[in-house]
Design a protein around this ligand. Sequence first.
Ligand SMILES: [Zn+2]
Ligand SMILES: [Zn+2]
Length: 110
Amino acid sequence: MNSLDATNHRDISLSVCPKAIQALMVTVPGTSKPMCKICGFTSKLKTTIKRHVIAKHTDIRYPCQLCPKRMSREGTRVIHYKQVHGVILSIPQIRKMMKEENISNSCPTN
Ligand SMILES: [Zn+2]
Ligand SMILES: [Zn+2]
């Protein structure tokens, strides 16, 4: 790690390079079943592994813009917006909104 702003790192949503997440998503040897490289967690769905890697092995959190709460899953955030704030937004809509708030998901080494 050669991050210059290591102290802020944990507060920035999606601050981990998407390629780093991809690197943690491997397949069970001899099969095409996706698997977490770190703990061996498997699922039929690649998206489940991705969610798992983000939730368990990274500091990525999905912040709510309306309150200080941060969720470990995007799906949880959608539910949070709906239930807590009565705002119905889809994941892409929330992402777009977050981008406008200068939250980067770009790869810092790029
Ligand atoms: Zn894992
Ligand atoms: Zn909230």
